[in-house]
Design a protein around this ligand. Structure first.
Ligand code: FES
Length: 290
């Protein structure tokens, strides 16, 4: 089954003009690492605050007037409706400007766009989350979603890694999942230092050591290209088929709705057909990028 067949595709928020951003106010900012912050925000319009809905895996565009806009995954879970979260690494002009904003600042929001993680397909299955660095952001939305509906899913393994302890994002979430007895949380870093007592090892290597069963399981993978490149073969060695592996892709995007042609990968548009894909859908296209 193609992911696009089983994903939720809600109506666009801004009917009539899908490019129209809505004003949102930053309510809280969490410093994840030296270059990554998570922004909590809410719509100014009370009706939007109540009516807005999205699904784990979808993305939005955030903007600052006079500077521009860029796409970001929504890193909070739709099961926690009091605000939205986007986790943003400082990599360019807009993200630098976003990082300079404080609580109370206004930003533009348009979305949600794209498909989402296929909850019906995942129900009743064991889930293996494999994340690296800021790549945990889209997985985090789904992880909280399944943790908040725990009885619908089988075993949950989370294997998360970063280059160093200072590069670990979402440390509060990692702690919460470690304490949750229904979740097997494994955190690893590529290179240890004196203050680190935890596991050391590359994510794909640790994945093979943990060796989650492929039986009735789905792996959901997101992270830097080098991690992805070695994680899919590691999963295949463990018996996962291309249909049992999902990922969410990031591409340069302009419109977000399949009009501008900026985000194509093979014959697919990441914004319209994804960003969530099974490995079966993309394996012929991504070898040059990963
Ligand atoms: S961003 Fe325009 S087609 Fe995907």
């Amino acid at each position: 089954m193609a992911i696009s067949d089983i994903s939720h595709r809600p109506r666009f928020l801004a009917e009539g003009n899908v490019y129209l951003p809505h004003l949102a106010v930053i309510e809280k900012i969490i410093d994840e690492t030296y270059d990554t912050k998570t922004f909590h925000f809410n719509f100014k319009d009370e009706r939007l605050r109540e009516e807005f809905s999205f699904q784990s895996g979808q993305f939005c565009f955030l903007s600052i007037l006079g500077i521009g806009e860029a796409p970001f995954c929504i890193s909070s879970s739709p099961t926690r409706r009091d605000h939205l979260e986007c986790s943003i690494r400082q990599v360019g002009r807009l993200t630098r400007a976003l990082h300079r904003l404080g609580v109370g600042a206004e930003i533009g929001f348009r979305g949600p766009y794209g498909n989402s993680f296929p909850l019906e397909f995942l129900a009743g299955k064991n889930l293996v989350f494999v994340g690296g660095g800021i790549g945990l952001a889209p997985l985090r939305s789904l992880i909280w979603n399944v943790v908040d509906n725990r009885d619908k899913y089988g075993n949950i393994d989370i294997i998360y890694g970063a280059r160093s302890p200072a590069d670990l994002c979402f440390t509060c979430d990692l702690e919460a999942w470690e304490k949750d007895e229904t979740v097997n949380m494994v955190t690893t870093i590529d290179k240890g230092d004196e203050g680190w007592n935890g596991r050391v090892g590359l994510v794909p290597v640790v994945l093979e050591e943990i060796a989650p069963s492929a039986m009735n399981s789905v792996a959901i993978v997101c992270g830097p290209p080098i991690m992805i490149r070695f994680t899919f073969p590691a999963l295949q060695k463990l018996g996962f088929t291309p249909e049992q592996m999902l990922t969410t892709l990031e591409k340069r995007m302009k419109c977000g709705i399949g009009k501008c042609g900026r985000c194509n990968i093979g014959n697919l548009y990441v914004c319209r057909d994804g960003p969530v894909f099974s490995y079966a859908q993309i394996k012929d296209f991504i070898s040059s990028e990963y």
